[in-house]
Design a protein around this ligand. Structure first.
Ligand code: HEM
Length: 505
C-alpha cells in the first residue's frame, strides 16, 4: 500500500517532470542552431524514454540499418545525442575532417569518464596527445625502423609457430603473437622480450578492451563497478609501463625502441601509457582477430589454402630458393618493403581482402566536438553529437557485393572488381580522412604493418602445417559459423573455431 502511495505521489510525478525537462532539452538543442535551412535528422521511433535507443546495444547493425532506412536519423543513449548516418551520406561521413575521431570512439566504447572534452583535459587526459599521437605512431612504423627490427620480429613469429602444438585456438595463440610483435614495434622491446610480462600486459589489455559496457557508455559519470575495474586495469597497465621506464633510467640503458623514442620526445610516463594504450587499441584488436579469421577462412577453403601456400612459397623462393631449409631461415633476407609491395602476392591479397570485407562489421564513429553546430551533407549536426555509421552498409550490402555473406575472394578479381563499381565500397582499412591505409603519407604505414604481420604468420604456418578447421570438441568443420553483424567490436566466431595442425614433411 505504502509502495503504491509513494509511486503515485512522488516517483511518477518526478519521472514525468524529468522526462518533460529532458525532451525539452533535446528539442532545444535542435533548434538553437544559427545554421539556417538545414534539414534536421528526424528523431527515431525506436527509443525508450530517458535511456534512449537501448536497441543500439543489443543489435547495432539491426538498429542502424532499420533506423536509417529513410535517411539520417537522430537518437540518444541516455544524455548522449547521436545521429545515424545512412549509406548515401558516406562520402561526407568519411571525408569531413571537422568531427573528432579518437574521442568519438572513447565515448562510444565507454572509455572516458565523461564525453566533455574540457572535463577530460582538466583531468590531464588527452587521448590524442594534443594531436601528436598519429605523428608518433607513423614515426614508429616507418619502414626503416621496422626493417631494423625484422630479425627480432622473425624470431618471435617463429617461436609462436613452433609452440602451436597439434591443435590451437588461433583467436588466442595468433592474437597473442600479434600482441607481442606489435608491443615490440609500438610499445617497448623490454616488455616484448619477456613472454610472461607480455602475456600479463595482453591479459590486462584484453580485459580493458572488454570492459566498455552499455552501463559505462550510458552513465559515464557513474562510478560503478565497471568503471572502477577499468581504472584498476589502467593503473596496472600504467604500473607496468612506468616500471619499464624506471628500469631503463636506473640502468642508464637506451634500448632504441618505441619507449625510448617517446621518452626522447619528452613524454611523461602517463603520456607514454596513454599513447601506448591508444596505439595498441588501434593496432591489435583488429589485426589479431583478422589474422586468426584469415587462417580459419583458408582452412575452410582448401582450394585457396593450396594457392596461397604456393604463392607464398614462390615469393620466398625469389629471395632464398633452398626449399630444404625451414621457412624461417629462408625469410631472413626479405625486407619489410618486399612483403608489403602492392601486387606481389595477388591471391593472398584477394583472400585477405575478402576476410576483411566479410569479418569487419563494426559501427564507425565521429564526434562533433567543435563547440558549435555544423552541417554534414545538409543535415544539422548539433555540437557534442556523435555521428554513427556502419561498415556493413557497404560490406554486407547485396547491391554492392553479390551474395555478401559468402567468402568469395574472386569478387575482387579483374573481371568482377565488385568493390570498384560504386565509389567508397570497401571500408575495411577506413576511407577518407581517417583511413588506415590511405593517400595521406603519414597514415599510410600502420595498416601496412598489419598486412606484414598477417602475411608473415600465414606464410610460416601454411608452410609448416596442413590445417583443418575443427570445433572445440575437435570435430572437423567445413564451414565457418555465420558472420555476426551485431557485435560492437570485431569478435571471434561463435561457436569457437580451432585449427588442427599436421606438420608437413
Ligand atoms: C587488420 C588490421 C587493421 C584493420 C582492419 C584496421 C582498420 C582501420 C579502420 C577501418 C580505420 C578507420 C576507422 C574509421 O573510419 O572510423 C582505421 C584507422 C586507423 N588505424 Fe587501423 N586497422 C588495422 C590495423 C592497424 C594497425 C596495426 C595500426 C597501428 C599500428 C592501426 C592504426 C590506425 C590508426 C592510427 C587509425 C586512425 C587514423 C586517423 O586518426 O586518421 N591500424 N584502421
Amino acid at each position: 500500500m505504502l509502495d503504491a502511495v509513494f509511486l503515485f505521489s512522488t516517483a511518477l510525478p518526478v519521472l514525468v517532470v524529468y522526462i518533460t525537462f529532458w525532451l525539452h532539452r533535446f528539442q532545444k538543442v535542435k533548434t538553437t542552431s544559427d545554421l539556417e535551412g538545414l534539414s534536421i535528422a528526424p528523431y527515431t521511433s525506436i527509443a525508450y524514454p530517458l535511456l534512449g535507443s537501448l536497441q543500439y546495444f543489443s543489435g547495432h547493425w539491426d538498429f542502424l540499418r532499420s533506423a536509417t532506412r529513410n535517411g539520417a536519423v537522430s537518437f540518444h543513449l541516455a544524455r548522449q545525442k547521436c545521429i545515424a548516418v545512412p549509406v548515401e551520406k558516406r562520402h561526407e561521413f568519411f571525408n569531413d575532417s571537422r568531427p573528432a575521431f579518437a574521442l568519438a570512439y572513447a565515448v562510444m566504447l565507454g572509455a572516458t569518464p565523461s564525453m566533455n572534452k574540457d572535463f577530460l583535459s582538466s583531468m590531464g587526459f588527452d587521448i590524442t596527445l594534443g594531436g601528436r599521437s598519429n605523428k608518433f605512431l607513423s614515426a614508429l612504423v616507418r619502414n626503416q625502423r621496422i626493417n631494423d627490427n625484422l630479425p627480432i620480429l622473425y624470431r618471435y613469429a617463429d617461436e609462436c609457430i613452433n609452440g602451436l602444438g597439434t591443435q590451437t585456438n588461433p583467436f588466442d595463440t595468433i592474437y597473442r603473437t600479434i600482441f607481442r610483435l606489435t608491443v615490440n614495434t609500438i610499445a617497448a622491446s623490454s616488455i616484448a622480450a619477456s613472454p610472461v610480462l607480455c602475456d600479463t600486459l595482453a591479459k590486462i589489455f584484453h580485459e580493458l578492451d572488454q570492459s566498455g559496457t552499455p552501463a559505462t557508455i550510458l552513465f559515464p559519470w557513474f562510478p560503478g563497478w565497471e568503471r572502477m575495474q577499468r581504472f584498476y586495469l589502467m593503473k596496472q597497465f600504467y604500473d607496468i609501463m612506468t616500471a619499464a621506464i624506471q628500469e631503463r633510467k636506473i640502468d642508464g640503458r637506451n634500448d632504441g625502441d618505441p619507449m625510448q623514442y617517446l621518452i626522447d620526445a619528452g613524454l611523461s610516463s602517463l603520456e607514454i601509457t596513454q599513447f601506448t594504450l591508444a596505439a595498441l587499441f588501434a593496432g591489435i584488436a583488429n589485426t589479431g582477430i583478422v589474422a586468426a579469421y584469415f587462417l580459419c577462412d583458408l582452412a575452410t577453403h582448401p582450394e585457396y589454402l593450396a594457392q596461397v601456400r604456393e604463392e607464398l612459397n614462390d615469393f620466398v623462393s625469389q629471395f632464398n630458393p633452398d626449399d630444404t631449409l625451414p621457412l624461417i631461415a629462408r625469410v631472413q633476407s626479405i625486407t619489410y618493403e618486399d612483403w608489403i609491395t602492392a601486387g606481389v602476392l595477388p591471391v593472398t591479397d584477394r583472400c585477405l581482402k575478402e576476410t576483411l570485407r566479410l569479418r569487419i562489421a563494426t559501427p564507425l564513429h565521429r564526434l562533433n566536438n567543435s563547440g558549435r553546430d555544423i552541417d554534414i551533407a545538409g543535415t544539422l549536426v548539433p555540437k557534442d553529437t556523435i555521428l554513427t555509421f556502419h561498415s556493413s552498409f557497404m560490406h554486407h550490402n547485396a547491391d554492392i557485393y553479390q551474395e555478401p555473406l559468402v567468402w568469395d575472394p574472386e569478387r575482387f578479381n579483374e573481371e568482377r572488381m565488385e568493390d570498384k563499381v560504386q565509389p567508397m565500397s570497401f571500408a575495411a582499412w577506413g576511407l577518407g580522412k581517417h583511413q588506415c591505409l590511405g593517400q595521406k603519407a603519414s597514415f599510410f604505414e600502420p595498416c601496412r604493418f598489419a598486412k606484414f604481420e598477417i602475411f608473415l604468420l600465414t606464410a610460416l604456418i601454411v608452410s609448416s602445417y596442413d590445417m583443418q578447421a575443427i570445433d572445440k570438441d575437435s570435430v572437423p568443420i567445413t564451414k565457418m559459423p555465420p558472420v555476426e553483424l551485431n557485435n560492437t567490436v570485431i569478435s571471434p566466431p561463435n561457436p569457437e573455431v580451432h585449427l588442427r595442425l599436421t606438420p608437413r614433411g
